[in-house]
Design a protein around this ligand. Structure first.
Ligand code: AMP
Ligand code: MG
Length: 425
């Protein structure tokens, strides 16, 4: 499939109905417009944690660099061991980790060796110390202590060969990668620069914390959940505060945000009625599609471009903000960060502990509490009231219960799909 040049072209080719856009379709459509940031930077290994590699990492050395012992024991020649019976060999030296035995193992002798100690030349096998007894000037090895040549020996390059591509561009750097990179002796890597994400909340009723509320006003919580989610994703953030529903002010905010960031995220102002007004603005400033996603919560969603920035217009309701972020924005940001391995967060099955009522037609992301069950598996129940304004449900929950669009009521004891919240970000 060729990449469509414009959002509208893509959405038409997809036969899209903006009033009941399936979750998967919206995800796929957005995906076609995402290309990773191009700029890169060199950083020290530790600073690469939670960043994305922008160049392959090639090992300058073999790891390990030498054949070495996997055990504390005795390095021997396999051929010197009696095939059936004890063997006693004189001790000809020691090989400690970092302090090798000098010279070659003389036939018919053994070298005391410790885990990580370099295999002496001529030795091919290590007898573990539990199967050997130190005797005067040597060692007595039990019958059958080793069964084959090469036992308990680690080979040079068995983890990494010299010149091997250890990590490809697009690899996220987690603690395991930090350790691997250090094991190669590499102290700097090239990573993609951080994504810059500007966000603001829209609504005349919103107040920032630290100011008293007048009648009918509420505190802006969306900027705080967004701050948390974006920070956990390693984004550079530009918090633009609360913007009232005033056309000129909003236009200015959108333009400023787009000029200063790779991604612009807003909450509120995309539901019916309000959207008409934001739509007019978007027609002027960029190319943006307004959808009613066939999902609950999180129905209204806008995606598009303002200048060179990607734009996500999230719903206003606090739970909807988090759900749409997790289901659409998260994956998009990972792709833009240069991650090569972006796949939807996995679902797994759990037994429903109490019935759920649901009308078919929309994918629901109910907030769930997953607990170990008596049978060794897991059971899940909802947090209770599933209103999109009940932000406490996101706090109580440790998972989403994901009910596909065609699902209706689900009885207790049936299995459902769940998606863990911890690990999502
Ligand atoms: P809207 O999408 O702008 O119609 O907002 C939907 C609901 O979410 C309304 O009850 C708003 O008051 C509420 N809401 C919008 N933005 C925020 C916010 N930043 N923090 C908390 N609630 C909000
Ligand atoms: Mg509003």
């Amino acid at each position: 499939m060729t990449t469509p040049r414009t959002l509208r072209e893509a959405s038409c080719a997809d036969d899209y109905d903006p009033n009941s856009m399936p979750v998967d379709r919206a995800r796929a459509l957005i995906r076609q417009f995402l290309t990773p940031v191009a700029a890169t930077e060199r950083v020290h290994v530790r600073a690469a944690l939670d960043r994305v590699l922008a160049e392959d990492v090639v090992s300058p050395i073999a790891v390990p660099g030498h054949d070495n012992s996997a055990m504390d024991g005795w390095a021997v020649r396999f051929a010197d061991l009696a095939p059936d019976g004890e063997t006693t060999l004189p001790r000809s030296g020691e090989s400690f980790a970092g302090r090798p035995f000098a010279g070659e193992l003389a036939p018919g002798t053994a070298v005391r060796i410790f885990t990580g100690g370099v295999m002496p030349q001529g030795a091919d096998t290590v007898v573990m110390q539990e199967r050997a007894t130190e005797v005067d000037g040597g060692v007595r090895i039990a019958a059958g202590a080793v069964t084959r040549a090469g036992q308990n020996r680690r080979f040079a390059g068995e983890d990494v060969k010299a010149g091997q591509v250890v990590f490809r561009r697009g690899q996220p750097v987690r603690p395991a990668e930090l350790g691997m990179i250090a094991s190669l002796g590499v102290n700097e890597v090239t990573v993609y620069r951080r994504l810059r994400v500007a966000f603001f909340s829209t609504g005349d009723e919103l107040k920032s914390i630290g100011t008293p509320l007048a009648e009918g006003e509420i505190y802006d919580s969306n900027r705080y959940t967004l701050y948390g989610m974006l920070t956990r994703l390693g984004c550079e953030i530009v918090d633009m505060g609360v913007v009232p529903d005033v056309p000129e002010t909003l236009e200015h905010a959108f333009a400023t945000a787009a000029a200063n960031a790779d991604v612009v995220i807003t909450s509120g102002g995309v539901s019916v009625g309000e959207a008409d007004f934001v739509k007019q603005l978007m027609d002027k400033l960029g190319e943006v599609l307004f959808w009613k996603i066939a999902m609950k919560p999180g129905r209204p969603l806008a995606y598009g471009r303002i200048g060179t920035a990607h734009f996500f217009g999230l719903p206003g309701n606090p739970v909807s903000v988090m759900v749409t972020f997790y289901q659409f924005v998260r994956d998009a940001l990972l792709v833009l960060q240069g991650r090569a391995d972006v796949v939807p967060v996995p679902l797994f099955r759990a037994t429903l502990a109490a019935p759920i009522r649901k009308v078919p037609g929309r994918t629901e992301f109910q907030r769930g509490i997953l607990t170990p069950a008596a049978d060794g598996g897991y059971e899940v129940r909802t947090t209770g009231d599933q209103g999109s304004g009940i932000l406490s449900s996101m706090s109580q929950a440790n998972c989403f219960i994901v009910l596909s669009a065609d699902t209706g009521n689900v009885a207790a004891g049936e299995t459902v799909d769940v998606q863990l919240l911890e690990g999502l970000l």
